[in-house]
Design a protein around this ligand. Sequence first.
Ligand code: GDP
Ligand code: MG
Length: 276
Amino acid sequence: KQINVALVGNPNSGKTSLFNQASGSNERTGNYSGVTISPHESLVTINGYSINIIDLPGTYSLSAYSPEEAFVRRYIIDKQPDVVINIVDASNLERNLYLTTQLIDMDIKVVMALNMYDELTAKGDQLNIVQLGELLGIPIVPTVASKGKGIKELFEHVIQIHEEQEPTYRHIHIHYGDDLEKSLHNLQDLIWHDKHITDKVSSRLLAVQLLEKDKGAEAFLSHFPKFTGIKSKAEQENATLEKQFQEDSASLVSEARYGFIAGALKETFLKKADLQ
Ligand code: GDP
Ligand code: MG
C-alpha cells in the first residue's frame, strides 16, 4: 500500500516545514516512521500506508513561464503522483488559490493544507473551511506546519482520497465566463474526436491552455494528426476573444480564475475589519 504524494505550493507557503514535520515526527507519535531518501524525498509509514513524499520547488502558477513552473507541471504530468498536497498560505488566500484553480483544471486528486492557519486566526479573520472545500471540491485541512499541527489529519485525508473515500472530493469546472466557455467548448469539440489525446490529458485542460497560448500544450498536441486543425481553431477563437475584449486571451483566462477565487472568498471569507 504505497501512495506517492507531491507537495505543491507557492514559495514560502510552508512546504519544507510540512515535509520535515511529516518525515521527522515519527519519534513523537509512534504512529509514524520515516526515512529521508533525499533532501526532497521521504518515505513515511502512516496508518499502515507507505507514503512517499516529494517536496517540489515553490511556484505561483503552472503556466510554465518560469523553470520552477515548468518543472512542477512536468512532474505532475509525467510522474502522476497519486495525490497532490496543495499547500496554501492562509494569510494570503487570494494569491495562493490561483495555483489551486490550475490544479483543479488538471483533474487530479488534491488535498489542501491550509497552512499558516495560526496567522489567519491571529488576525481575527474568519474562513468557512468546509464551505470553501465544497466549492472547490477539495478537502481542506488547517495546518501549522512549523509546529506540526494538523499534519496527522492531513495525511488521513490523503489516504482517504486515495482510497476514493473522501466525501468532499469532486471534480469541479472553474467557470470561465460565457464567452470563454463558448471558445473552450469549440476547441474541446475538436480535441475530443482524437481519443489518443484525451487518454492522456483532459480535453478541457488542453482547451484552456490553448486559450492561454501555452507552448507546452501546443508541443504536446503537435504529435497528433489533428494538430493543424486544432491550432488554427485556437488561433481563430483567440482572435475572436481578443477583438471582443481588446485584451490578450491568456489574460482573459487568468482574470477569470481570479474572478472565480473572488467569488468563492466572497461567500466564505470575512476579514476582521468587515466583522465589526
Ligand atoms: P517553503 O518555501 O514553502 O518551503 O516554506 P518553508 O517551510 O521554508 O516556510 C517558510 C517560513 O514560514 C519559515 O520561516 C517557516 O518557519 C514558516 N512557517 C511554516 N509554516 C508555518 C505556519 O503554519 N505558521 C507560521 N506562523 N509560520 C510557518
Ligand atoms: Mg522549501
